[in-house]
Design a protein around this ligand. Structure first.
Ligand code: 13P
Length: 267
């Protein structure tokens, strides 16, 4: 059965509890009366507001933007996976390019964080993607292969299939410049092939791959289902609950359409 994800990465936005509360009340209003059977939505606010994000509307899960790969201890300024789990967090973004850039996160560190997330039953959304210069040098495939091989090294099939991968080319984040559907499709095919080689075909099918970078509802089709992506990781537009909910609705419609098509083929 076809399923999509629409994940909102709220990044370092909303400057007060009041703003966070306002966001939530608009989100609740937008979702009211809507049902999602084939879409999982999630919002990932800054840590400080996580406890305000309890009791999200049905169909929208609570996510975080990072974790530290230890349970507790002398790690000043860090947040543990157990704290997140105990706070009702279900999804956690790991290895976002902004953390690679500003906090020096490496593929190895990202791998450790994924293992910690899985150990504590959080679903990792791991970000991969090439930088503009790497794309210009036609190194996209090599960079993505290196990221995937390092991040997934030594994981079992059952660990791997729980991970959500978000392909976020750095040059597409916050720029309104997007890869074409054809380029995304190429990445999707390459990732499926890599996962098949590392694990097996069934596991490769189960690893969801999302697209992220300047996503808007107006061209959701081109960057998600037309490119065989399993949904989107949304930055700026997720600050507008109306947009996020609109994307969830479009994904729900598309999933229904695809599921009907495949059941009529079987029937
Ligand atoms: P924008 O949608 O603002 O380009 O951000 C994408 C992103 O980084 C999501 O994680």
């Amino acid at each position: 059965m076809r399923k999509f994800y629409v994940i909102g990465n709220l990044k370092m936005n909303m400057l007060s509890r009041e703003e966070a509360a306002q966001y939530l009340s608009v989100l609740r209003r937008e979702v009211q009366g809507k049902r999602y059977e084939h879409v999982t939505g999630a919002v990932c606010p800054p840590f400080l507001y996580l406890s305000q994000f309890d009791h999200l509307p049905e169909g929208i899960k609570k996510g975080a933007q990072n974790l530290f790969p230890e349970k507790s201890g002398a790690y000043t300024g860090e947040i543990s996976p157990v704290m997140l789990k105990n706070d009702g967090v279900e999804y956690v973004i790991i290895g976002h390019s902004e953390r690679r850039q500003h906090a020096g996160e490496t593929n190895e560190m990202i791998r450790e964080k994924i293992v910690a997330a899985l150990k504590h039953h959080l679903i990792p959304i791991v970000c991969i993607g090439e930088m503009a210069a790497e794309r210009r040098a036609e190194e996209t495939d090599r960079i993505l292969a290196l990221q995937i091989q390092t991040i997934f090294a030594g994981l079992s099939k059952s660990q791997a299939e729980k991970i959500i991968v978000a392909y976020e080319p750095c040059w597409a984040i916050g720029t309104d410049v997007l890869p074409t559907t054809g380029e995304l499709l190429q990445v999707r095919v390459m990732l499926r092939k890599m996962f098949t080689e590392m694990f097996d075909a069934q596991t490769a099918e189960r690893i969801a791959v999302l697209y992220g970078g300047s996503v808007k509802s107006s061209f959701l089709a081109e960057v998600s289902w037309e490119a065989q992506m399993d949904g989107v990781l949304v930055g700026h537009e997720s600050l507008f609950p109306y947009e996020l909910v609109k994307m969830m609705g479009l994904c729900e419609e598309e999933a229904l359409r695809q599921n009907e098509q495949s059941s009529s083929r079987i029937g």
